[in-house]
Each structure stands twice: as structure tokens, then as C-alpha cells.
Write a protein that binds this ligand. Structure first.
Ligand SMILES: NC(=O)c1ccc[n+]([C@@H]2O[C@H](COP(=O)([O-])OP(=O)(O)OC[C@H]3O[C@@H](n4cnc5c(N)ncnc54)[C@H](OP(=O)(O)O)[C@@H]3O)[C@@H](O)[C@H]2O)c1
Length: 305
């Protein structure tokens, strides 16, 4: 039977391109639906409704919203990331058999980044899935590891100034970094529901999928952007301990958003912003039937002008 999928967070930065990819492959699924918290929030999903996507209105903590769905994909953002264990509880009561937690990041099981504040709520969610799968026969989950979104890798957030053509980054030029474009991440995610489930560990319930567009170095990313935009960026590499100090100041000031941001800013040039950082792990690109964009192709497509 074709999957019936409920999307939570479909209006977000990643949720929207993911929804658009589901629409392109609509015929391969029994049902595709978007969860909206309230009636007022449904207007932004009219485009999807016109293409055969249902809207379910309600709380992700209510088991009733999950009834009739085999799969849930959560693409929620940081503001409600910590509520995912409650979502999983409700989804299981509602009859869901397969849950995708909000991930799509570098491999956060690498020891060096395992404890980062930015990933705390994702780690708690993973632990919750492991525990639930032990007690709920047939329940499965998929963890999607993609590295950093190519389009996001050159944002001001990571220290880029596109007017002055400068970059201030906390790390080193030759740090490995793994990047995948947003449309490709959406394709991998949708296609993953259509390939056979192969457990990768933990009681036969867990499937980790690692994909990547390109693994390169941070300096090469800067140079490729410069080539696409026909400008030269100059980079200042700063000691990452400065970011750690700023993170701690934010924590002491009770500024959780800044604390989270400073915890992740150095990731891109740390060497750990990759999908294949665990020894022996390899990418699953060859399980899918398309070739992902290289970094220069994404930059040419998105940032040339
Ligand atoms: N690796 C990378 O470089 C990278 C980059 C970006 C994102 N990501 C990951 O991708 C995932 C998604 O991130 P994002 O930036 O796309 O998130 P986002 O833009 O913050 O989107 C969150 C969505 O959740 C929705 N939401 C909030 N409360 C809700 C509720 N009660 N019911 C239903 N929906 C609700 C929001 O809808 P409303 O606005 O209507 O409230 C919003 O559309 C995260 O895991 C993030 O870490 C990774």
C-alpha cells in the first residue's frame, strides 16, 4: 500500500520545498496532508490544496490528527523542536508506523558535536525514538543526514558579508564540509519513502540515511561562491573559542536563541559539518536514482546574480 504522509512544519524554510516535491510525486502516495495549528494558518497552503494535498487542522499533541496516516515527517524549527517527543507519543497512539524527526543536518552523533546546544533537542528526540521503538512492535523511524544546506552555507549567519565581499568565520580554511542543495534534500527525502526500508541498527527500527551533494573544504566553498558571483571574497579565520565565549555569555543572559546560534556558527569550518563523519560511515546516494547538484551548480543557479 502506498504511504499516507502527514507533514508537520510544511510552511517552514525546508517544509515548503519538501511539500512542493511531494506535489510533484503526488501520484505515488495514497494521501499527503499538511498539519496546520489553526484555521488562520491554512491560507498559506492553498497552493498545495489545489494540487491534491489535504489540510488537517489541530494540535500535533492530539492523537486524532494522526489517524489514517502511516508516516509523519516533522520539519519543525527550533521553537518547537523540544516538543517532538510529545508529537511521537501522540503519533503512535494515532496509529502512525513511521516517523521522520526534524533532522537534515550534519552527523550529530559525531562525538565532537554531539553535545552542542543547537542539537540538544534533536538528541533528546532521537533517544525518545529509540526508547519507543523498543516497546512498540512495527514502529520505525528514519534519521536524515545531509550535511549543511548548500544555499544556507553562505548566509550572513556564517559570517558572510555580500556587500563588502568578506567572510569572518570561526575555524580553518581546510576544514571538510559536506553540502547538499535544498531541492536535492527534498528529493532524497520524498524518494526515501518509496525505497525498501533497510534498518541500519537499533532493534531493526532505525534507518539512518546519509546523503551529500559534495564534500569539499570551507575555503573551496568561498572560492566557488566568488566564481559564481564574479567577485573575490576575503576570509578572516578566527579562533572558535571566541564563539564559545559568546555562547556562554548568551546562556548566562538567558538569551536562548543567541546561545543556540553561537553554538553552531563554528560548525561550517570545524571539519564536523559533514554527513560522513563517523568512521566507517558512507553516503547512501547510490540508493537513489538521481545525481545531486555540485556546490558550484547550486551557486550558479541561486547566487549568480
Ligand atoms: N543542515 C542545514 O544547513 C539546515 C538548514 C536549515 C534547516 N535545517 C533543518 O531543517 C529542519 C526544518 O528547519 P526550518 O528552518 O525549515 O524550520 P522553520 O522554517 O522554523 O519551520 C518551522 C515550521 O514549523 C511550523 N510550526 C510551528 N508550530 C507549529 C504547530 N503548532 N503546528 C504545525 N506547524 C507548526 C511553523 O509554522 P508557522 O510558521 O505557521 O508557525 C513553520 O512553518 C530543522 O531540523 C533544521 O535544523 C537544516
Amino acid at each position: 500500500m502506498a504511504p499516507s504522509v502527514l507533514l508537520i512544519g510544511a510552511g517552514g524554510a525546508f517544509g515548503q520545498p519538501l511539500t512542493e516535491e511531494f506535489i510533484r510525486k503526488r501520484s505515488k502516495f495514497d494521501r499527503i496532508a499538511i498539519l496546520a495549528a489553526t484555521e488562520e494558518k491554512t491560507s498559506k497552503f492553498k497552493y498545495a490544496q489545489e494540487d491534491g494535498v489535504e489540510i488537517v487542522i489541530g494540535s500535533f499533541l492530539d492523537p486524532n490528527v494522526y489517524k489514517g496516516f502511516s508516516h509523519v515527517i516533522s520539519t519543525v524549527g527550533n521553537s518547537i523542536m523540544r516538543l517532538q517527543p510529545g508529537m511521537i507519543e501522540a503519533a503512535i497512539i494515532g496509529g502512525v508506523q513511521h516517523f521522520y524527526p526534524s533532522e537534515w543536518n550534519s552527523d550529530i552523533s559525531q562525538k565532537a558535536i554531539y553535545g552542542l546546544r543547537y542539537f540538544r533537542d534533536k538528541q533528546v528526540t532521537r533517544d525518545h525514538l529509540v526508547a519507543k521503538a523498543k516497546g512498540v512492535p512495527g514502529f520505525r523511524y528514519t534519521i536524515f543526514i545531509t550535511g549543511i544546506f548548500t544555499e544556507w552555507s553562505v548566509l550572513e549567519f556564517y559570517g558572510f558579508d555580500h556587500k563588502k565581499h568578506t567572510v569572518k568565520v570561526y575555524g580553518k580554511p581546510d576544514a571538510r564540509v559536506g553540502l547538499t542543495s535544498i531541492p536535492d534534500i527534498a528529493r532524497y527525502t520524498v524518494d526515501s519513502l518509496l525505497i525498501p526500508f533497510e534498518a541500519t541498527g537499533r532493534d531493526g527500527a532505525e534507518r539512518v540515511i546519509r546523503v551529500g551533494g559534495e564534500i569539499t573544504t570551507f575555503q573551496r566553498v568561498v572560492d566557488l561562491l566568488g566564481e559564481a558571483r564574479d567577485v573575490k571574497y576575503s576570509v578572516t579565520y578566527v579562533d572558535p573559542s571566541e564563539a564559545i565565549t559568546k555562547e556562554e555569555e548568551a546562556r548566562l543572559n538567558g538569551d536562548e536563541e543567541a546561545q543556540m546560534a553561537w553554538s553552531i556558527v563554528p560548525l561550517i569550518s570545524s571539519g564536523f559539518g559533514v554527513p560522513d563523519g563517523i568512521p566507517g560511515s558512507k553516503l547512501d546516494n547510490d540508493r537513489f536514482s538521481f545525481i545531486p547538484e555540485k556546490v558550484h551548480e547550486t551557486f550558479q543557479r541561486v547566487y549568480k546574480h
